[in-house]
Design a protein around this ligand. Sequence first.
Ligand SMILES: Cc1cc2nc3c(=O)[nH]c(=O)nc-3n(C[C@H](O)[C@H](O)[C@H](O)COP(=O)(O)OP(=O)(O)OC[C@H]3O[C@@H](n4cnc5c(N)ncnc54)[C@H](O)[C@@H]3O)c2cc1C
Length: 487
Amino acid sequence: MLCREIVGGHRPPLQWANDIRLQAVREQIPEADVAVIGGGNAALCAALVARESGASVVVLECAPVEYRGGNSRHTRNMRCMHEAPTEVLTDAYTEKEYLDDLQRVTGGNTSEQLARLIIRGSFETTQWMTSYGVRFQRSLEGTLHLGRTNAFFLGGGKALMNAYYAAARKRGIGVLYNAEVEELHICEGRFKSGRVLLNGEPAEFRAKSVVVASGGFEANLEWLERVWGEAARNFIIRGTPYNKGRVLKLLLDQGAEPVGDPKQCHAVAIDGRAPKFDGGIVTRLDCVPLGIVVNKRGDRFYDEGEDLWPKRYAIWGRLVAQQPDQIAYSIIDSKAIGRFMPSVFPPISAQTIPELARALGLPLEKVESTVRQFNLAVRPGRFDHQILDDCRTEGLDPPKSHWAQTIDRPPFYGYPLRPGITFTYLGVKVNERAEVQGLGKTTNVFAAGEIMAGNVLGKGYLAGFGMTIGSVFGHIAGREAARAAGC
Ligand SMILES: Cc1cc2nc3c(=O)[nH]c(=O)nc-3n(C[C@H](O)[C@H](O)[C@H](O)COP(=O)(O)OP(=O)(O)OC[C@H]3O[C@@H](n4cnc5c(N)ncnc54)[C@H](O)[C@@H]3O)c2cc1C
């Protein structure tokens, strides 16, 4: 392979001043031992660990400072194995149970070896995180059902990312914002240099090794449309507009082995009134299991009570994406109010079902008949939305297997639902040292986070697993990149 290199003009290397003054650098960014591409959780974990190992580190974050932190800044928790209760997690969540859960949601489409590595690393990673100022909060009770399995960040992902950036700054890690990596020069598997648009100006960066932690391609509307067709035009991107898969494409074009199906992603049903990008967690609607969901024709199309919501919420984006015009409507009655996380946009309400259908723009008679048939099929049971209760329908297709209660107490409420894409699973294949596969035997290119999530997430999702993947693989990538750089 002919390896092209770009040599910038000679400039004396700057000291890592570790502040925004670095933004003034043009053409040639001072060489670091390790360059980290991306500015989310996986990137910052890798940067901090590489620095711990003695490497000089530069982080290249595409977003401006106020939007730094990628999708990670929207998060709330990470899934964590533990053998006994901790200050922030109840009971135990063993390696076996964690792996079983993962195998179930992915249908076995996961690398068991890498999955075990992530699961085993999850607990000690949370301890490492606290050493960098990340704080966790006591387990939450209520509608999330995650107090046993997931550790919640105090102040959410934004506070987590702020803690990491403060730690990076303190430790002399150079952070460049508005730094979009647009070229990688890899020769026989070895990263040599790259080109970045820094504040819109081209500049070169060099490092002895590189960690790619630049997310998936979920914010690239053209790429989504190539995969999903016109339906993608109705998708809403829940997180950062900066994850366009540019670095992923660069690596794939240079021979990195792909992993994961481009169509597989984490997508949830969100409020159809959400902004196109970056609406974050508040646009998610958790009322689906408490009522029925109909498409624009007024037909139900899936079992709303199939399983506990944390195990099912991630399939609803895809289900809505398969409906005409990629829209659906959650319909509940007043019994459901107070049983799910309050919505950011108020529901559309009405005193009767036909009035609600009219307000939602749905066929009146059809919706009325769908609700009537549903109510007739509901069998009496003991309602408990914390467990898989015995409230179900009989003789209805599709059935509602749990939490089926008649929709009969006004006022009635409706929410428009759209597919809200969280992150894509197509990525680069890695080994247990986070080395990107397919580039060459002794590569110095490492990957962490969404960009390699497809190794363990062939399909489906487990709440909180995205941050676990990024944290544990961020560690591995940072450690190995520092080693590859001779530190
Ligand atoms: C609303 C929402 C809520 C979520 N909640 C949770 C949760 O509670 N728990 C959980 O586990 N997961 C959650 N997730 C998923 C989670 O956000 C991701 O799995 C995780 O943040 C991925 O981390 P990452 O570092 O790989 O990617 P990101 O945090 O997205 O970081 C990628 C970074 O790469 C940068 N970048 C992209 N392209 C380039 C380029 N060319 N050059 C330079 N930089 C580039 C971006 O600016 C960004 O900073 C949520 C996601 C969303 C959208």
